[in-house]
Design a protein around this ligand. Structure first.
Ligand SMILES: [Zn+2]
Length: 424
């Protein structure tokens, strides 16, 4: 089906419209031929496909947890048409060869755009800068670099990394976690960690790195992105940096917008995540930060782990949660259903703003002439999260058994339906 017309859909601004697609692009409906298939939109929402700047795909090296293919399948089920693959694979994506491998796998599967993120340091060991320029000049055209999973802790290495990527307007995406302050930490440091006797992870361990790196980004005049912000003061620091014109952007995950550290009381490792779930007060500050634009984007930090890494004692369980398939409904619940934000603003934070930050040319738009990457969402439906139904190879979702509002009905990539009901 290369040519079709979706009738009676609502665009992000709330306007009823019909959307034409031909040869992979959006076209004006008047330009469609008489052969174009007509699809009833039934008053559902149409939006540009979601863009995730923080996905762990585990290939190469841990294909038992996720592959580029299974991660792409999970992505399109969640309404994503572009995902950015974090480099903490095995081998680590710290060379042009590995990022090109991931890029080519994504393109060969053809379900969504897969854009590799390169490591900042060799082996993500924090000691020596990786081949940033070579990765950027490779076929994968890497523009974002991160040692995610680890913090770029050495301030001199961080400064040099910011200086290198400035040459091509690249970005360093920082996993802000002071390793000395979080050694063997298991959860947020606070009332609950004291009660449970689990080693705590102070908010200051995250905030001190955010503060330092905002100052370094200012000094160098380069672009800094803060991964998965989780604390109230972290939001304040980003707000401070932006007010001074410093080139800092930030993301928050859907799970940090909904869940708190109280859940650790279950001792269920499905709630063990890095950075940890924080307090109700932090959750509210994060929601306000997304609503007022201090936090630019929502990113999933989709972190698949095989069952044996999660179904064990809390202390020995892996950190992380899968999130691609639940991201839109969880964010819709936390931000739109709560009355804090409009649907249009949510689509900005999950599609348009991440697309602008990363510079993706073929995403984040419903405009005539642009690539037809979009989703159809029914705001009136709800769905029960069942682990057996997840497309991801890993099932470590904290939302299992929850009824979530709104449902992705279909996803189209380059003008073809890749998920859901093409007939809607
Ligand atoms: Zn991280």
């Amino acid at each position: 089906m290369s040519e079709f017309l979706i009738e009676n859909v609502i665009d992000p601004g709330g306007v009823a419209c019909s959307v034409g697609v031909a040869a992979g692009k959006f076209v004006d409906p008047s330009q469609l031929s008489s052969k174009a298939k007509r699809i009833a939109g039934k008053g559902r929402f149409i939006a540009p496909g979601l863009v995730d700047l923080h996905t762990h795909l585990r290939e190469p090296g841990r294909e038992d947890a996720e592959t580029v293919l299974s991660g792409s399948q999970a992505a399109i089920a969640g309404g994503f048409t572009a995902i950015s693959a974090m480099p903490n694979t095995s081998p680590i994506a710290d060379t042009a060869g590995v990022v090109e491998q991931v890029f080519r796998l994504g393109r060969a599967h053809g379900l969504c755009e897969v854009v590799p993120i390169g490591a900042v340091t060799v082996g993500q060991a924090g000691a020596q800068l990786a081949e940033l320029i070579a990765m950027h000049q490779s076929e994968a055209r890497v523009r974002i670099f991160s040692d995610d999973g680890h913090c770029v802790w050495d301030p001199l290495i961080m400064r040099r990394a910011l200086e290198y990527v400035k040459q091509f307007d690249g970005i360093i995406a920082q996993h802000a976690q002071d390793p000395r302050l979080t050694h063997e930490s298991q959860m947020n440091e606070g009332v609950v960690s004291s009660r449970l006797g689990l080693k705590g992870w102070p908010a200051a361990a995250e905030e001190s790195i955010i503060a330092r790196d905002i100052l370094l980004a200012d000094h160098v005049g380069s672009r800094l992105h803060i991964c998965h912000l989780t604390t109230e003061r972290g939001v304040e620091l980003v707000r401070w940096g932006k007010a001074r014109g410093i080139r800092v952007t930030a993301e928050v995950t859907p799970h940090h917008l909904l869940l708190t550290d109280e859940l650790a009381q279950t001792y269920d490792p499905v709630y063990k995540v890095n950075p940890p779930l924080r307090t109700e007060r932090d959750v509210m500050a994060l929601r306000e930060g997304v609503a007022d634009g201090t936090i630019d984007i929502i990113a999933t930090d989709h972190a698949p782990h095989p069952t044996e890494s999660k179904e064990c004692e809390w202390q020995s369980a892996a950190f992380g949660m899968v999130g691609l398939e639940t991201a839109l409904s969880v964010s819709f619940l936390a931000l739109v259903k709560s009355g804090l934000m409009k649907w249009e603003e949510l689509i900005d934070r999950m599609s348009i703003a991440p697309c602008q930050i990363a510079g993706y040319a073929n995403q984040g738009s419903l405009a005539v002439g642009d690539s037809a990457n979009f989703l159809i969402f029914d705001p009136n439906e709800s769905w029960l999260v069942e682990t057996s139904a997840l497309r991801s190879k890993s099932k470590n979702t904290p939302f299992a058994g929850m009824e979530l509002p709104g449902r992705v009905v279909a996803t189209a990539f380059n003008g073809s339906f890749v998920y859901g009901e093409a007939g809607l």
